[in-house]
Each structure stands twice: as structure tokens, then as C-alpha cells.
Design a protein around this ligand. Structure first.
Ligand SMILES: *Cc1c(COP(=O)(O)O)cnc(C)c1O
Length: 396
């Protein structure tokens, strides 16, 4: 594997040089006002990236998975029921975590490649007149299938039923890359990590809690220690953590937020959309199809590309690594071997993604697929030339 080439996996993503430097810092006292000068602006930055005025932001030394656990254990009690759709590997894993914590999960089985069925959520919530369901789980962007769901529609399903359940959103592969509106969508807990849209190394779970979610923490009885938000809040009040924080990563997070906000969130989202559209143009030129069933669910952060029947899509990923030193994502779970994934989120330019598209073409041709070299590259080039980037500001 080459350290020179960018990665095209949907996280961890490429790290801009300035953020690598921000994470690399000398030791400071992590219980001091100096630490507070990193911690508090980082949390304020995350709040802005979530488009929230009032969400309480907590950052744990962990990953997105720890963010899921933070959401569940701080707000729910053993035996509580949650509603969740399973439409890919990440929604599946969150459901599995709920079950391991002794929660009852009302699972809406959904074909992989489709978005969350908000209409089915609506029916179930309307029928739940006893208000048994305490939380609704929604994976905003299913990274396994490259499918983006409509969170506003899930909020409407709750509101139309007049249902008081909390709304938890996994935004691990959408936040800071695709439009996310914590306040407007009435999100109660948003979950993400450091290594995707924030362009940092892995190591942080980043969560936002609404006031309603904070209220739920007072009666929730699932066991929690490391991920207890009240212990964390007490630490924050003293410029500290209940334990040792990942100071360098937090410094990186502060810088990452500043970088995203300086570019402008809408520009960040538009950049991801442009780049994604180029990838999709390439896929169409190859005569291949996305796992995502329709354009309204196309993800702007990752494309899962179906390969022909009888071909093992994992071979593309292995061959790219061995022969060209380039990383693509394998298929997960139900679509293992059937799709390979091109991650296109975080710090990425037209030039970088064109090299990824070119490499995918070489791999497919090497492995005997009927792909004309240059066809996908040309389609993407046409798209990028017709839709020039707003500015050539390399994220560096
Ligand atoms: C990456 C990812 C996760 C898991 O995050 P980790 O940081 O690997 O724990 C969860 N959900 C989605 C949608 C993801 O893309």
C-alpha cells in the first residue's frame, strides 16, 4: 500500500496536512484553562456543523460505535422498545447493539439499497397508542449501500402521529459532508466520529444531545460509566474530562470545524455533491449500476457499485491494493462480493477522485470485466468541466 496515494474508502478519509499538524502537539495539562481553549471552541464548532443553536456536544475518546452506545445508554432503560429499519450493515450493527443492551427492537426490514421507509415508521408510530416506543433510530447515510435517507420525513412521521419518542440519527458518514439539520429536523441525538467528514484520524465519538434527550438521561437506567454524559458535563465545567482526553484529536477537531465553517457548510455539501455526480457519471459510462435503487437516495459520500453476476467484487479491492497501492471499500454483509465501494467524502478534489476512477477502470479491465479504459474518466471529466468548482481551494 502506498502512502502517497489518496484513499477511496468511506472512512477513515484523507487527512489534510493542516489537520495532521493540528493533531500533532506537545503534551499540555489536560485539566487546565489551556485545555479549555481547545475543548470549548471544538464543541462550539461541532454545534455549528450540526446546524444547531442549543445541542449539547459531547466528545469521547472512542469512535462512531461508541457514539451509538452513548445515545442508547444515557437515555433508555432495560426492556425499552426502539424502532429501527435495517437496510444495510451499519443500521444492522446499531440494532445488534440495542439487542445486546437488553432493548426490544421493532425492526423494519428494508431491502438493501433502499432508504428508510418513513411511511412504515409513520404507520407503526400511529398504531403505538400506548407509547411503548421510546426512541426511533435512523441511519442518515447507510455507508454499506451508499444510500441517504430522508430524516425530515422521519421527523414528520413522529409529528403526524403526535408521538413523543426520541429521534436518534447516525450521521457518521453524513455529518460535515452532506446537509444535516439538527434543529430543523428535531433530532434528539446525532452521532458521528472524527474520521469521516471531519477529515481527522479515528479516535473520537462526537454526539449532540437535544434538551429532550438530556431530560431523558435523568430517568434512564441502562448502565453507563465511560459514556456517562453527566460525568462528562461535570468535567467540561472544569476545563477537563472525567478521564484523560484525546487532546491532539480535539485540537484537530477544533481546526477541522474552523476549516469547514470557513469554506461554508453549503459549499462543503455542494463540493461533495459535484464530486459524487462525477463518480456516478463514471459508473453509468461503465454500464454498471449502483446499489442505491434511485437518484433520490444517492449518497454524496460513498458509492456502492454492483459488479456483474458471478464476479467477486472483492477482487477489485484486493487487486487495487496489490497492484496500484490504492484502497477502495469492500462490500459488507448482504452485499459482500456483490459491490465495491468508492468513498468520496472529506478532503477530496476533482483531480484526486479522477485518479480513483482511473484506477478502478484499470482494475476492472485487468480482471476481465468489459470496461473501456478511459470511459468513466471521460464521463467524470465532462461533468467536472461542465460544473467547475466554485474555487480551487485545496483543503490543505
Ligand atoms: C463508519 C460508520 C459507523 C461506525 O463508526 P466507527 O467509527 O467505525 O465506530 C457507524 N455508522 C455509519 C453510518 C458509519 O459510516
Amino acid at each position: 500500500m502506498s502512502f502517497q496515494n489518496p484513499v477511496f474508502i468511506p472512512g477513515p478519509t484523507n487527512i489534510p496536512e493542516s489537520l495532521r499538524r493540528a493533531c500533532d502537539m506537545p503534551t499540555i495539562d489536560h485539566r487546565s484553562p489551556l485545555f479549555g481553549e481547545i475543548l470549548h471552541p471544538a464543541r462550539a464548532g461541532v454545534q455549528k456543523v450540526l446546524k444547531s443553536e442549543s445541542a449539547e456536544i459531547f466528545v469521547f475518546p472512542s469512535t462512531g460505535t461508541g457514539g451509538w452506545e452513548t445515545a442508547l445508554t444515557n437515555t433508555l432503560s432495560p426492556g425499552d422498545t426502539v424502532l429501527a429499519a435495517r437496510n444495510g450493515m451499519f443500521s444492522h450493527r446499531w440494532i445488534d447493539m440495542c439487542q445486546r443492551h437488553g432493548l426490544t427492537v421493532e425492526i423494519v426490514e428494508t431491502p438493501w439499497g433502499e432508504g428508510l421507509p418513513a411511511d412504515r415508521y409513520a404507520d407503526i408510530l400511529k398504531r403505538d397508542t400506548n407509547r411503548t416506543i421510546k426512541a426511533v433510530l435512523a441511519t442518515h447515510n447507510e455507508t454499506a449501500t451508499g444510500v441517504r435517507s430522508d430524516i425530515a420525513a422521519v421527523r414528520r412521521a413522529l409529528d403526524d402521529a403526535g408521538h413523543p419518542a426520541l429521534l436518534f440519527v447516525d450521521g457518521v458518514s453524513s455529518i460535515a459532508s452532506m446537509d444535516f439539520r439538527f434543529d430543523e429536523w428535531g433530532v434528539d441525538i446525532a452521532v458521528t466520529g472524527s474520521q469521516k467528514g471531519f477529515m481527522l484520524p479515528p479516535g473520537l465519538a462526537i454526539v449532540g444531545f437535544s434538551e429532550k434527550a438530556m431530560t431523558a438521561t435523568r430517568t434512564a437506567t441502562l448502565p453507563r460509566t465511560f459514556f456517562d454524559v453527566h460525568d462528562m458535563a461535570k468535567g467540561y465545567a472544569n476545563n477537563a474530562y472525567p478521564y484523560t482526553p484525546a487532546v491532539g484529536l480535539l485540537n484537530g477537531l477544533n481546526q477541522a470545524c474552523a476549516m469547514l465553517l470557513a469554506e461554508g457548510l453549503d459549499n462543503v455539501f455542494a463540493r461533495h455533491h459535484r464530486i459524487a455526480e462525477g463518480v456516478r457519471a463514471a459508473v453509468a459510462a461503465w454500464g454498471l449500476e449502483l446499489c442505491a435503487v434511485s437518484p433520490d437516495v444517492h449518497s454524496d459520500t460513498v458509492s456502492a457499485i454492483r459488479t456483474p453476476e458471478g464476479f467477486n467484487a472483492n477482487d477489485i479491492v484486493a487487486h487495487a491494493a496489490q497492484t496500484y497501492g490504492v484502497a477502495f471499500g469492500v462490500g459488507l454483509g448482504e452485499v459482500a462480493g456483490k459491490v465495491f465501494r468508492i468513498g468520496h467524502l472529506g478532503s477530496l478534489t476533482d483531480v484526486m477522485i479522477l485518479s480513483g476512477i482511473a484506477t478502478a477502470e484499470m482494475c476492472m479491465a485487468d480482471l476481465g470485466l468489459d470496461i473501456e479504459l478511459g470511459s468513466g474518466v471521460a464521463a467524470a471529466q465532462d461533468h467536472y468541466r461542465a460544473n467547475p468548482a466554485a474555487a480551487h481551494k485545496a483543503a490543505a
